[in-house]
Design a protein around this ligand. Structure first.
Ligand code: CDP
Length: 258
């Protein structure tokens, strides 16, 4: 955020197009697959622009460490991990301040959505692996994790779509990519449930005026609505295949893969 822009680089051109050709209010291309891992109870794979993220969910299962066990409800233990090869410079393996923060906020959003009281004393373990990072990984990670929770058959209030909006070159834009994140002025990740209007995650890095903030939230809400439809479609696709629709062809292909 707010690094100096390299000579000659324009984040938004004279036609209002961004470095990757998007308009201000456009998301990066997004693809979601549900149920991509055999071993996990639930899983999902998300590509959002150049981000590539896997989420795996285990549980509800016996809670370890035991002292975290809650006799009234399940807990969510979320582990966000960016792999060494996911960024330009090799990322030092293991948890750091950033991954601890992201694990906490993503886990809290999931806890809000899941009916925890139905599974006392258990843990729902959520693993988010960032295979390739290009800004917005906490949002894409939460988007993936909530599909994985649904895929695990864990009852939840709703899916949680998330995306960021922010400000680059004096313009409020949706879904910042890496260059925009590095050289832009502000980044506002949002998780928003279109059906109920609830906000489950909201952060801000950088500075915005009140009007710019409102516009950023408006754009991010629109982004979340689009992502929500893609999440639902991913689950529908998986279960229509499982139910033997599509002539079972895709199921065969998947069976061979796994
Ligand atoms: O990924 P997200 O936007 O949620 O979090 P961030 O802390 O704002 O990071 C923005 C981006 O910086 C990441 O998505 C990565 O592409 C990049 N990054 C990196 O290159 N090396 C790191 N150690 C951390 C982040």
């Amino acid at each position: 955020m707010s690094m100096d822009l390299p000579e000659g680089m324009k984040l938004i051109d004279e036609n209002g197009r961004r470095l990757d050709g998007r308009k201000a209010d456009e998301l990066r291309p997004i693809r979601i697959e549900a149920g991509v891992l055999r071993r996990a109870d639930g899983s999902a794979y998300v590509e959002m622009g150049k981000n590539k993220i896997l989420a795996a969910v285990y549980g509800p299962r016996e809670c370890h460490p035991r002292h975290l066990q809650d006799p009234t409800r399940a807990i969510v233990q979320c582990h966000y991990n960016m792999l060494s090869f996911s960024v330009d410079d090799r990322k030092r393996p293991g948890p750091d301040r950033r991954s601890v923060e992201i694990s906490k906020i993503v886990g809290e959003a999931l806890e809000y959505s899941i009916f925890l009281e139905q599974f006392p004393r258990t843990s729902i373990d959520v693993y988010i692996a960032v295979l390739q990072a290009n800004a917005g990984t906490r949002c894409a990670g939460l988007t993936a994790a909530s599909v994985a929770v649904a895929d695990a058959g864990i009852p939840m209030r709703d899916l949680i779509p998330a995306c960021a909006a922010g400000k680059v070159a004096d313009t409020v834009v949706l879904d910042l990519n890496k260059e925009e994140d590095n050289f832009g002025d502000a980044d506002v990740p949002l998780a928003y449930i279109p059906r109920t209007g609830e906000v489950l995650l909201l952060q801000m890095d950088g500075h915005l005026t009140q009007a710019e903030f409102n516009r950023a939230i408006e754009l991010a809400k629109g982004g979340c609505s689009q992502i929500y439809a893609v999440q639902q479609d991913a689950l529908r696709r998986k279960y229509s295949i499982a139910a033997g629709e599509n002539g079972g062809k895709e199921e065969e292909a998947r069976g061979n893969e796994a």
